[in-house]
Write a protein that binds this ligand. Structure first.
Ligand code: ADP
Ligand code: MG
Ligand code: ZN
Length: 507
C-alpha cells in the first residue's frame, strides 16, 4: 500500500477504541555567542564553512573547551522545568558516521544528563473551556549540533535525484539542549492539543529565559513526536513511531492526529505498528516511513575523555535559580487581567514577540490598547518586511508612547503617526524631532484649510452644487482633495465642518 493512500481511521472512532501515549523530544539551539566546545561564532546565515576551526572540524589533536554559558543555560532550563540538577555528570561520545559530523561522534550526554525529573504545566483549550495538563520531564541534556548537508542539482533539494552534495560545517558544534518528556498519558482525545500546548509553553519559557531565539521555522527549535496507541488506559504501552523534525506548532498537533489515525487503522486491521522514525510532510499533512528502529542502533557510547566532568556547586545552582524569570503563563495571566483583555488578544501580543515591548510602552504612559495596536500592527508589519525581530527595530517603547501621545494631543493623525514612526526607524531622531523636521503636524489652522477647500470647490463645481442641494455624502470628494493638497496633514473632521460652513449647509 502506498503511503499517500494509507488508510486512516476517523479520529473519533480511533479515540473510542484506543488510548494514545505521547513522548516529545525537543532540541533547542542555544543563542550563545560561540559554539559549545570552541570559540567559533554561531551567527546564522554566514557563508558556508567560514565559522569553523580544528575543534569543530574534528581535526586530529584538537581539544575541546566547554562553553560556560552553554552549561548555565542548560541548568537554567532544567531549573525552570522543576528538574534536579546533577551533582556530577559527564559528556559522552555517541559514535556514528555521517558526512555532516566531521568527528564521527557527537559529543552528547547519555546516562548522566545534567538535568532530570521535572515537569511543566501547560494550558490548552477545549470546547468545555481552558484546561491545564502537567507534562513530566524525563531529562534535559547538553549536546552539539551537526553540520548541514546541502543536496544540489535535483528538483527537490533532497538527496534522491541530486547530482552532488555539499557540507556546511558552520552549524557543527552549536550548543543544543535536548528536552525529553516522560510518556504523556491521560490526555485522551486532547492528545494533539496537549502536544501543541506543551511545545508552545516550552517555547515561551525558553524565550523568557533568553537562552534561544526559538525560531521553529529556522530550526532553532525542533521537535520529534513519539506516538503509540494501546487498547485501554490500563494496558501496557504500544509500539511507538517517532516523527522527526516537526517544525511548527500546528504541525505538532497535526502530526499527532495523523499518527493516531494511521496507527488505529493498522491495529484495527490486525496489523502491527513498526518501531521506526517517520518524516513529516508539511505540504500534504502526512508522515512517511523513515528508518526502522526495530533493532536498536549501537552507538557505542562512552564517557568523553577530553572533557572534565561537570560538578556544579549548590551555590552556583541556587544563584542560577535566582535568575529565573516569572513563569510566562503566570505573567501572561497577570498582564491580561491588568490590561482587561482576553486570551485571544493576549496570544496576538505574545505570538508577535511583543509582550515586553507592550508592557514597557504602557509603563511609558501609553494606553494598553494603543500600545498593543502599534506593536502588533504597524511595527510588526515593518519587522516582517525587514525580516527582523520586533525588539531589533530602531524604536524604543518610550518613543512609541510618545508617538501615541502626539496622536492623543491631536498633533498628528494615525496616518501621520505612521510617517513619524518611519522617520524614527530611519534614524531621523525622536518623534518630536521627526514631526518638526518633516513638517508632519496636522494643519489645525483654518486659514490654509479654507484656501484648500476653496480651491477644491472651484475645481469641482458640480460636487459643490450637489452638497448645496443637500447631498452631504458628496463632501467626501472635497475632503479627499483637501487631504491630498495638504499631504494628509489636515484634520478630516474639521475639513468637513468647514466645507459645510463655506457652503452654508446644515450637516
Ligand atoms: P529515542 O532514543 O528513541 O529517541 P528517547 O528516550 O530519547 O528515545 O525518547 C522517546 C520519547 O518517547 C520520550 O519522550 C518517551 O517518554 C516517549 N516514549 C517512550 N515510550 C513510548 C511509547 N510506547 N509511546 C509513546 N511515547 C513513548
Ligand atoms: Mg531521543
Ligand atoms: Zn570551532
Amino acid at each position: 500500500m502506498s503511503q499517500a493512500t494509507m488508510e486512516l481511521m476517523d479520529f473519533d472512532e480511533a479515540m473510542a477504541r484506543f488510548d494514545p501515549v505521547l513522548g516529545l523530544e525537543v532540541h533547542v539551539e542555544l543563542s550563545t555567542a560561540t559554539k559549545m566546545f570552541c570559540g567559533c561564532p554561531t551567527t546564522f546565515g554566514a557563508e558556508p564553512n567560514t565559522q569553523v576551526c580544528p575543534v569543530c572540524l574534528g581535526l586530529p589533536g584538537a581539544l575541546p573547551a566547554l562553553n560556560r554559558m552553554g552549561v548555565e543555560s542548560a541548568m537554567r532550563i532544567g531549573l525552570a522545568l522543576h528538574c534536579e540538577v546533577a551533582e556530577w555528570c559527564r559528556f559522552a561520545r555517541k559514535n556514528y558516521f555521517y558526512p555532516d559530523m566531521p568527528k564521527n561522534f557527537q559529543t552528547s550526554q547519555y546516562d548522566e544528563p545534567i538535568c532530570s525529573d521535572g515537569w511543566i504545566d501547560v494550558d490548552y483549550d477545549t470546547p468545555e473551556g481552558r484546561r491545564t495538563f502537567r507534562v513530566g520531564i524525563e531529562r534535559a541534556h547538553m549536546e552539539e549540533d551537526t553540520g548541514k548537508n546541502v543536496h544540489l542539482g535535483g528538483a527537490t533539494g533532497r538527496i534522491h535525484g541530486a547530482d552532488y552534495s555539499l557540507v556546511d560545517y558552520n552549524r557543527a558544534g552549536i550548543p543544543l539542549i535536548e528536552i525529553v518528556t516522560k510518556p504523556i498519558e491521560g490526555a485522551g482525545r486532547y492528545a494533539p492539543e496537549v502536544a501543541r500546548a506543551y511545545v508552545s509553553a516550552l517555547r515561551d519559557l525558553l524565550r523568557a529565559l533568553e537562552v534561544s531565539d526559538v525560531r521553529m521555522e529556522q530550526g532553532s527549535l525542533r521537535c520529534d513526536v513519539n506516538v503509540s496507541l494501546r487498547p485501554s488506559a490500563d494496558a501496557p504501552f504500544g509500539t511507538r513511531s517517532e516523527t522527526k523534525n516537526v517544525n511548527s506548532l500546528r504541525s505538532v498537533e497535526r502530526s499527532v492526529r495523523y499518527e493516531i489515525g494511521r496507527q488505529a487503522a493498522l491495529l484495527a486491521g490486525g496489523g502491527r505498528v513498526v518501531q521506526e522514525t517517520r518524516h513529516w510532510h508539511e505540504d500534504t499533512g502526512l508522515t512517511t516511513s523513515g528508518r526502522s528502529k526495530e533493532e536498536a542502533e549501537d552507538y557505542r557510547y562512552f564517557p568523553e575523555p577530553d572533557l572534565v566532568p561537570i560538578a556544579p556547586s549548590r551555590e552556583w545552582v541556587e544563584a542560577l535559580r535566582a535568575t529565573l524569570p516569572e513563569n510566562p503563563a503566570a505573567r501572561r495571566n497577570r498582564l491580561a487581567a491588568a490590561w482587561g483583555i482576553g486570551e485571544l488578544e493576549m496570544s496576538t501580543v505574545v505570538n508577535a514577540g511583543a509582550l515586553d515591548l507592550v508592557e514597557a510602552t504602557i509603563a511609558a504612559g501609553a494606553d494598553q490598547a494603543a500600545a498593543r495596536k502599534w506593536w502588533t500592527g504597524e511595527l510588526a508589519r515593518v519587522a516582517r518586511e525587514r525580516g527582523v525581530e520586533l525588539r531589533d527595530l530602531a524604536i524604543t517603547p518610550a518613543q512609541v508612547a510618545e508617538v501615541e501621545a502626539l496622536v492623543q494631543a491631536g498633533t498628528v493623525n494615525d496616518k501621520l503617526a505612521r510617517q513619524v514612526i518611519e522617520g524614527v526607524l530611519a534614524g531621523e531622531g525622536g518623534p518630536g524631532e521627526v514631526v518638526a523636521a518633516r513638517g508632519l503636524a496636522v494643519v489645525s489652522d483654518d486659514g490654509p484649510l479654507l484656501a484648500a477647500i476653496d480651491d477644491a470647490l472651484a475645481a469641482q463645481p458640480d460636487v459643490a452644487e450637489k452638497i448645496r442641494g443637500g447631498k452631504v455624502q458628496a463632501a467626501g470628494a472635497i475632503v479627499g482633495a483637501v487631504m491630498k493638497a495638504t499631504r494628509g496633514q489636515a484634520d478630516a473632521a474639521r475639513v468637513r465642518e468647514l466645507i459645510f460652513q463655506r457652503l452654508g449647509v446644515e450637516a
